[in-house]
Design a binder for this molecule. Structure first.
Ligand code: AMP
Ligand code: ZN
Length: 115
């Protein structure tokens, strides 16, 4: 998939607007357009990889950077110790954008198991 075909590559490139809440050299965090909780932020690597496993295989250090960025997002949102991190992987698990993204959910109580 080319950068031009990928929604999150285009957000990283600044071609599509996003509500950015945190950024580092290698990551970008922006609010989900259809929030499922008061805090619902997507943390993405600036590089294109299709899913979390592909990112882990190619750039394992970036997986740690995504998790660290997610912790900062949760802290900035006022719930540093209570949040959920999700990598939907594969269409059958609800993945709709095939550029690795870590969902950060919080700001309300979260049920388990998820739907
Ligand atoms: P997933 O279903 O895990 O692939 O997550 C993709 C997420 O991207 C969904 O929660 C969508 O609401 C979100 N999304 C889709 N388009 C945009 C956009 N332009 N800006 C921010 N979030 C988006
Ligand atoms: Zn991409």
């Amino acid at each position: 998939m080319s950068t031009q075909d990928c929604l999150f590559c285009r957000i990283v490139a600044g071609e599509i607007p996003a509500d950015v809440v945190h950024e580092t050299e290698h990551t970008l965090a922006f609010r989900d357009i259809h929030p499922q909780a008061p805090t619902h932020v997507l943390v993405v690597p600036r590089e294109h990889h299709a899913d979390a496993a592909a990112l882990a295989a190619a750039r394992p250090e970036l997986v740690a950077e995504l998790v660290s960025a997610a912790a900062r997002v949760a802290a900035s949102a006022g719930h540093p110790d209570d949040y959920r991190l999700v990598f939907n992987t594969g269409a059958g698990a609800g993945q709709t954008v095939f550029h690795t993204h870590l969902h950060v959910l919080g700001g309300r109580s979260l049920d388990w198991p998820p739907g």
